[in-house]
Design a protein around this ligand. Structure first.
Ligand code: ASP
Length: 439
């Protein structure tokens, strides 16, 4: 049998300074299976500090050459401090000179923001005595900006076939024209997942600064419990709805081969964290696995006499949104009416007026009503299908607390219930739901 191998991805706070680097080395060297390390850029060292990625974003917007040089020097100082404390020899002066000249020659935004991970990768590779493997040689995007999965997984498999240990910088890959392309923020989680898939490892460890995936945002409920086991599906629902432990796209590469993800805490290495699996292997005592939510939604309530007999009407309504490039969250339907729930930030600059008028013109509605300032809450749990009365409990308890439910949506797989409430009731609703199911 082949030896156990795993990917260990470390987030920004786990790599914020030399002290954190030392913890990471201790973790990596404690298990010979940790052959592949994926790094983020240095994050915040203390509250109020600035993440290197944010410094790089500011750098990409600098107005003058003098400002650019000053900002670049501040970024370099972050790495110099790590390198000096750990006696690393990576030639940072040369690395920064290359960045400077690449930017002068027109390297764009994505190149600049990706350097945070790139330099951290160089330092970490030296510190661990691992090989450095640049993501620009392994992670390929197509001209459409989408990951070229086949090419990428094959390149990763090929690179690790020599049996060596590697450090990979997270957050970026390369376009067919050779230019760097970055993932969206938090994208090093996706890199970790891609490397895990390409290298066909047994486990993807994602080391962060929290004890695991929590049942609810701890900023709202301080005593939020850690979820021991989570299925890929549950994770997807929770992270899509705002639970921000892993990037919401990080699950896709590992999902098909069924590689488990273990979310762990760099600052508490004895804690088991959360296991994310194709299917749970343990029973959870709770009906729900987690709660997540977001503010900033609106709904268009469309009425049309005899809508239910008008074949294709719903499609035509949805086409209006599609034609305007507006992505839809939910479409609860009634008799002769339907609601289209949309995130405000995805309206592509259209006002409610524009949408209402546009719908009227496109599908000759009887009326369109706009409900604004909606918060959506997802109550997610694989156990909900096995137990009766979950939706009833939610409705009863919210009603008792004086929270009006604007919308309720549950798929037939009964894995999640989405509740829409007024934004002003958001925090209260989450508290009520947590208390009744978790206590
Ligand atoms: N450094 C990037 C960010 O701050 C990517 C990452 O850490 O995953 O978003």
């Amino acid at each position: 049998m082949q030896n156990r191998r795993l990917v260990a991805k470390f987030g920004g706070t786990s790599l914020a300074d030399a002290g954190q680097f030392a913890k990471v080395r201790e973790i990596v060297l404690a298990d010979a299976a940790r052959k592949y390390v994926v790094v983020s850029a240095p994050g915040k060292r203390f509250s109020g500090d600035i993440k290197v990625t944010d410094m790089l974003i500011a750098l990409s917007q600098s107005g003058s050459e003098a400002e650019f040089d000053r900002q670049l020097a501040d970024i370099r100082a972050r790495y110099e401090e790590i390198a000096a404390t750990l006696s690393l020899k990576t030639p940072l002066a040369e690395v920064f000179e290359t960045i400077r000249s690449d930017v002068k020659r027109g390297a764009g935004y994505d190149y600049i923001v990706s350097r945070g991970e790139y330099i951290n990768g160089l330092l970490m590779a030296e510190y661990l005595g691992y090989e450095f493997a640049d993501a620009s040689e392994l992670i390929f995007f197509g001209n459409n900006g989408k990951l070229d999965c086949d090419k990428t997984y094959a390149a990763v498999a090929d690179r690790v076939a020599d049996g060596k240990n590697y450090v990979f910088p997270g957050f970026y890959g390369v376009l067919p024209n050779g230019r760097i392309k970055a993932f969206s923020r938090g994208g090093s989680d996706i890199t970790g997942s891609i490397i895990a898939r390409g290298a066909s490892v047994d486990l993807y460890e994602n080391w962060t600064d929290v004890p695991g995936v929590l049942m609810v945002d701890p900023r709202m409920i301080a005593e939020a419990k850690v979820i021991k086991q989570l299925t890929y599906r549950e994770l997807r629902e929770l992270s899509y709805m705002g639970a921000n432990v892993l990037h919401d796209e990080a699950v896709f590469p590992v999902k098909e081969p069924g590689i488990p993800i273990n979310v762990r805490n760099t600052n508490d290495i004895t804690a088991p964290g959360t296991m994310i699996l194709p299917a749970a292997s343990e029973d959870s005592p709770y009906t729900i696995t987690g709660i997540a939510g977001k503010k900033g939604f609106c709904a268009y309530f469309v009425e049309k006499n005899l809508m239910n007999n008008d074949v294709g009407y719903v499609r035509r309504v949805l086409s209006f949104f599609e034609d305007n490039g507006i992505s839809i969250e939910h479409i609860p339907t009634g008799i002769d009416n339907m609601s289209v729930v949309v995130e405000d930030s995805k309206l592509n600059g259209l006002s409610h007026e524009d949408v209402s008028r546009g719908l009227q013109a496109a599908v000759s509605t009887d009326s369109v009503e706009v409900v604004d300032h909606i918060a959506l809450i997802a109550i997610v749990g694989r156990n909900m299908a096995k137990r009766h009365g979950t939706a009833a409990t939610i409705m009863t308890e919210l009603g008792r607390a004086g929270v009006n439910i604007i919308m309720l949506d549950q798929g037939v797989n009964e894995m999640s219930i989405i509740v829409g409430v007024a934004e002003e009731h958001y925090e209260k609703a989450i508290r009520v739901i947590y208390d009744v199911f978790v206590g």
